[in-house]
Design a binder for this molecule. Structure first.
Ligand SMILES: Cc1ncc(C[n+]2csc(CCOP(=O)(O)OP(=O)(O)O)c2C)c(N)n1
Length: 647
């Protein structure tokens, strides 16, 4: 008998005639491939290893892409990619120009929804089935959502409407008891109860089986049986919560047992109305280091496959590490400090805080909106909440920042990690927009540190500040900038780092270091540049800017944020209001999504290296001197030059 190989599967259709034994063989090969490639490229290991059998079963039972299979978050879609004609490119996973680590519509017709942020699958699935029914078409829609993702308000809003509309739709609840860390909340406890007593679901199945077996049952018997079912319901029917919401609940089913999975999925496919299949999986399944540390290996850099240990050890502390240490120090001195995370205690550096001050630490689940308003509530009662959150995920809670924190001028601290280039997670994860979505909110202070020392000082200032304040800082290591003197961090004040009279560079956050290097390169080009670290994007240090622009010929702003509405825009607004005309070049993200790739590769591509920055400044000054541009030219990093006033 010829053994099936993964390379024989170039399309899900190739799975249809396989025996369960073949699928099991494929599962082993898929796991091997995922471990091999993630160990080299980094990626989401544990979640992917957990859904190998589920993915095989889904593609065997359903007809993708006619049937739509939606992966919530999308970080668990590697097996799906391997089964849908993308094995050849799998080695390029997460690499610049290569395959995305998340579903991408341009990559394959099997990727029906772009994801990366959590808990969108149910809403999109309901949208699709509603459109399907309006179009009178016939296909299945399956949404695979984790127990972690189910904690978000967005998912619960969809769950609510799905039950109401009663449309044919299959929800697969992939329950591994974990978000990135242990899942939290009342729903998680409820799911744990469902998992823990198999007698419950056995009894329910037995009742249904018995009803079906009674031949030609009379009306009264049916009603009697229904009554018994009804009265037993709250006692014995698992998933009564979901049943009451209007779903047919199937499960729990062992998500690594292919026979059971195939049988449950076939049942779900044939049923009318919304069906919830509760699948129990193990995060990291089949690879010991990931099974033992599913949280650490949730998202990992390259690692040694023998030991599971990371290949690269960082030499300097990351911003997250600095936050971790400093916030614990501050919390030890100030008992009012509360730390909040939305399901990211490791990622945001709050694990130590949670151990040291468990009563002042709150993981709200994947619930950024709730996290912000929860912070507002604590602040109203006299506490000093610090919500640590990634820039990209805070996008979810924009209204809560405006309406619940800033409108009441509440002293909450937003510690915004992963601001700017994030790297391999790509478009959905780059921290590209936070300056733009925060800068215009009345009363909000927005700061950005250039290094570890400034970050610590800003945190100290923030926890003692009387109003809302946000600090944005990047992913990665803190730099060592060779500047001998440092002025203390003062609210709303920038710092002049190097003086010069030809070019003025206004930089913010992690762009200060490359700007500093660029100044040194410019010296070798006979360009004398001054560098100001703004420190605060809001309020801008108007006095310092006004003073400095009067002493220069060219102005450059540089930030890791989209240009529209960013720091450079704030500077231009100020200059316009003051009627100051100066040839200005804004460097920042262009008006497009930043793809995936290593952070340094992306920065090179965007022109954020000292060499490229200095070259750009040189070209700009030369062009200005030749009178090629008039007044103001906007130069978009990585994009095209725009000449608003052509001669
Ligand atoms: C809005 C948002 N917040 C936070 C995250 C970060 N994040 C990615 S996966 C994940 C946990 C998801 O848990 P679950 O849905 O149970 O999937 P599992 O990884 O356990 O398979 C989190 C918090 C995100 N992707 N989106």
């Amino acid at each position: 008998m010829i053994k099936i190989r993964l390379e024989d599967i170039q399309d899900p259709q190739d799975l249809k005639t396989l025996k369960t034994e073949d699928l099991k063989t494929l599962a082993v090969e898929i796991r091997g491939k995922i471990i091999e490639v993630v160990s080299e490229n980094g990626g989401h290991l544990s979640s992917n290893l957990g859904v190998v059998e589920l993915t095989l079963a889904l593609h065997t039972v359903f007809e993708s892409p006619k049937d739509r299979i939606i992966w919530d978050v999308g970080h668990q879609s590697y097996a799906h990619k391997l089964l849908t004609g993308r094995q050849q490119n799998f080695r390029t996973l997460r690499k610049f120009g290569g395959m995305s680590g998340f579903p991408k519509r341009e990559e394959s017709p099997h990727d029906v929804l772009e994801t990366g942020h959590s808990s969108t699958s149910l809403s999109a699935a309901l949208g699709m089935v509603t459109a399907r029914d309006l179009k009178k078409e016939d296909f299945n829609v399956v949404a695979v959502i984790g127990d972690g993702a189910l904690t978000a308000g967005l998912a619960l809003e969809a769950l609510n409407q799905i039950g109401h509309l009663e449309k044919n739709l299959t929800v697969i609840l992939n329950d591994n008891e974990m978000s990135i860390s242990n899942n939290v909340g009342a729903i998680a406890s409820y799911l744990a109860r469902l998992r823990s007593d198999p007698a419950y679901y056995k009894l329910r199945d037995d009742i249904e089986f018995l009803i079906k077996k009674i031949p030609a049952i009379g009306e009264r018997v049916v009603r009697a049986v229904e009554r018994v079912k009804g009265s037993l319901k709250h006692l014995v029917i698992p998933g009564v919560f979901f049943e009451e919401l209007g779903y047919t609940y199937l499960g729990p089913v062992d998500g690594h047992d292919l026979e059971s999975l195939l049988s449950y999925l076939k049942r779900a496919r044939e049923m009318d109305g919304p069906v919830m299949v509760h699948v129990i999986t193990k995060k990291g399944k089949g690879y010991k280091p990931a099974e033992e540390n599913p949280d650490i290996m949730h998202g990992t850099g390259p690692f040694n496959t023998e030991t599971g240990q990371p290949v690269k050890k960082s030499s300097r502390p990351s911003y997250t590490k600095v936050f971790d240490k400093k916030i614990c120090q501050l919390a030890a001195q100030n008992k009012k400090i509360i730390a909040i995370t939305a399901a990211m205690p490791e990622g945001t550096g709050l694990k130590k805080f949670a151990q040291l001050f468990p009563e002042r630490f709150f993981d709200v689940g994947i619930a950024e909106q709730h996290g912000v308003t929860f912070a507002a509530g604590m602040a109203l009662e006299g506490y000093k909440p610090v919500f640590a959150v990634y820039s990209t995920f805070l996008q979810r809670a924009y209204d809560q920042v405006v309406h619940d924190i800033c409108l009441s001028n509440l002293p909450c601290v937003l510690a915004i990690d992963r601001a700017g280039v994030v790297g391999e997670d790509g478009e959905t994860h780059q921290g590209a927009f936070d300056i733009s979505y925060l800068r215009h909110i009345p009363g909000l202070t927005l700061a950005a540190p250039r290094d570890a020392a400034d970050f610590e000082n800003m945190l100290e200032l923030a926890v003692n500040y009387h109003g809302p304040i946000a600090i944005r800082y990047p992913r990665g290591e803190t730099p060592e900038i060779p500047i001998s003197k440092r002025q203390p961090v003062r609210w709303g004040k920038g710092e002049l780092l190097t003086d010069g009279d030809e070019v003025l560079i206004l930089a913010t956050g992690n762009m200060v270091w490359p700007a500093y290097e660029a100044v040194q390169i410019l010296k070798t080009m006979d360009i004398n540049a001054a560098l100001v670290d703004l420190r605060f994007i809001k309020p801008l240090d108007h006095a310092l800017i006004k003073d400095m622009v009067q002493k220069t010929r060219f102005l450059i702003t540089i930030e890791e944020n989209v240009l529209a509405g960013g720091m450079g825009s704030a500077v231009l607004e100020f200059l316009a209001a003051e009627k100051i005309e100066l040839p200005t070049m804004n460097i920042g993200f262009p008006d497009r999504f930043i793809p995936h790739g290593k952070a340094d590769e992306l920065r090179r591509e965007l022109g954020f290296t000292p060499e490229k920055i200095s070259q750009k400044i040189y070209d700009f000054c030369q062009g200005e001197k030749r009178g090629k541009y008039e007044k103001t030219a906007r130069y978009i990093a990585g994009g095209k030059k725009v000449f608003p006033f052509k001669k």
